[in-house]
Design a protein around this ligand. Structure first.
Ligand code: ZN
Length: 340
C-alpha cells in the first residue's frame, strides 16, 4: 500500500497543455476559436518576452488536458519538423462526428487527410494542419462519451461533434527505449505498437479518462527538428499539487536529468526538463488555474498581465499587435460550416 502511494507521487496524471509557435495571432485565434470551436481562455503575454502574446485555448475553464497555447512569433523562421519533437497534437471528438468534421474542413478550404483507421479500427483519425502548418488530428473514439465536461457548450460547435480536449500527443524520436524509461517513471506503460508507433498510456491515475495517451514514433532517419513557426515548443504533463511536483522533480534528478527550479506561471507552477530523446517536457500543477485572475464568464476577454508587468501595461498594449477577440463565440462570421 505504502509502496503504491510512493509510486503515485512520482507519476503525472495526463497531459496538461501543449505549447506551439505561430506567426499571425489573428489567424491563430480565428482558426482555433471559430473553426475548431475552442474557447480563448486566456490572453496574456509570454512572461519571458512580454512583447509577445501568449494565447491559451481550451474548454470553458481551460481544464488541464484541454489547453493548447501559442506564442505568436511573427518574425521567427519557419520551424522544421523532425526528431526530438512533439509533432502531432490530437484532439478527441465523438465517434459519429467524422462526417461533420470532413464537411466542415472541406467547406473552409482546410487541407486534411483521412479518415484513417488506427489500432484495430478503434480510432478514426483526420489529420489536418493549422494556418502555420502545425500538425493536428481529430481522433474519433468511444472515450469521448466519458469526457463531456471537456466540451465547451457555448462554442460554435454542437455537443454531438465538439472537441473533448486532447486524445494524445505524438513524439518523434530516433528510438523509443530511452524515452520509454522516463515515461515509465512518470507512470506510463507501453500498451501496444503498430509499425513504428509505440503507444504509452498512464497506468494508474486518479483521473480515469482523457489525455492519458502518448505515442512515440520511431523515425531514426529523420533529421532533428528545429523550433520555429508551425512547431511544438513543449508538452506539459499535469500534477495535482506542488508537493507532487516536488517529488516528481526529485525523481527526475535521480534519473540523471536536469530539471529547472519551480517557475511561477501564474496559472500553474512549472518545472521543465529535456527528456533523453530531446523533447522539452514540463510538469505543471493543476492549481491555481485560469480563474485565479478572471471570472469564468470573463476568461479570454481582455489582456491579463501578471502583477509585475501591470506598471508597463500601456507600453505593452502599444507594442503588441492589434487583434480582434472572439466577441460572441456563437457568432461565427468568418468560417461558417454550410452543413451545420
Ligand atoms: Zn508550458
Amino acid at each position: 500500500m505504502r509502496k503504491k502511494y510512493m509510486n503515485n507521487k512520482n507519476q503525472v496524471s495526463g497531459i496538461h497543455h501543449v505549447t506551439a509557435i505561430c506567426s499571425n495571432p489573428q489567424k491563430n485565434i480565428d482558426f482555433y476559436t471559430k473553426l475548431l470551436g475552442l474557447r480563448l481562455v486566456k490572453l496574456t503575454v509570454n512572461f519571458d518576452d512580454p512583447t509577445t502574446y501568449h494565447l491559451y485555448y481550451g474548454n470553458e475553464v481551460g481544464s488541464p488536458g484541454t489547453i493548447l497555447t501559442f506564442f505568436p512569433w511573427s518574425n521567427a523562421p519557419k520551424g522544421y519538423i523532425g526528431s526530438g519533437q512533439a509533432i502531432t497534437t490530437s484532439f478527441l471528438v465523438p465517434q459519429n462526428s467524422i462526417d461533420f468534421w470532413k464537411d466542415r474542413l472541406k467547406n473552409n478550404d482546410i487541407c486534411f487527410e483521412g479518415p484513417l483507421k488506427r489500432f484495430d479500427n478503434e480510432e478514426q483519425v483526420i489529420r489536418l494542419y493549422d494556418p502555420d502548418g502545425l500538425e493536428l488530428e481529430l481522433v474519433a473514439h468511444p472515450s469521448a462519451k466519458e469526457n463531456d465536461e471537456r466540451f465547451w457548450k457555448d462554442g460554435p460547435i454542437s455537443y454531438e461533434n465538439g472537441i473533448r480536449g486532447f486524445y494524445s500527443v505524438s513524439l518523434s524520436e530516433e528510438g523509443y527505449e530511452h524515452t520509454s524509461k522516463i515515461l515509465k517513471e512518470m507512470g506510463y506503460k507501453m500498451i501496444s505498437n503498430e509499425g513504428n508507433r509505440f503507444r504509452f498510456q498512464l497506468e494508474d491515475s486518479q483521473y480515469t479518462t482523457g489525455a492519458k495517451i502518448l505515442d512515440v514514433l520511431c523515425l531514426p532517419y529523420t533529421p532533428h527538428g528545429m523550433i520555429g513557426i508551425g512547431t511544438v515548443h513543449h508538452i506539459a504533463f499535469r500534477t495535482p499539487s506542488d508537493e507532487n511536483q516536488k517529488s516528481i522533480r526529485e525523481n527526475i534528478i535521480k534519473i540523471g536529468l536536469n530539471p529547472t527550479p519551480v517557475i511561477d506561471r501564474t496559472y500553474f507552477h512549472s518545472v521543465y526538463f529535456r527528456e533523453p530523446g530531446g523533447v522539452l517536457f514540463e510538469i505543471a500543477t493543476d492549481p491555481p488555474g485560469f480563474t485565479v485572475d478572471q471570472k469564468v464568464q470573463d476568461l479570454g476577454k481582455m489582456l491579463m498581465l501578471p502583477q509585475w508587468l501591470e506598471p508597463i501595461r500601456e507600453r505593452l498594449e502599444k507594442v503588441l499587435p492589434k487583434i480582434q477577440l472572439p466577441k460572441n463565440n456563437k457568432d461565427n462570421p468568418i468560417v461558417r460550416n454550410k452543413t451545420a
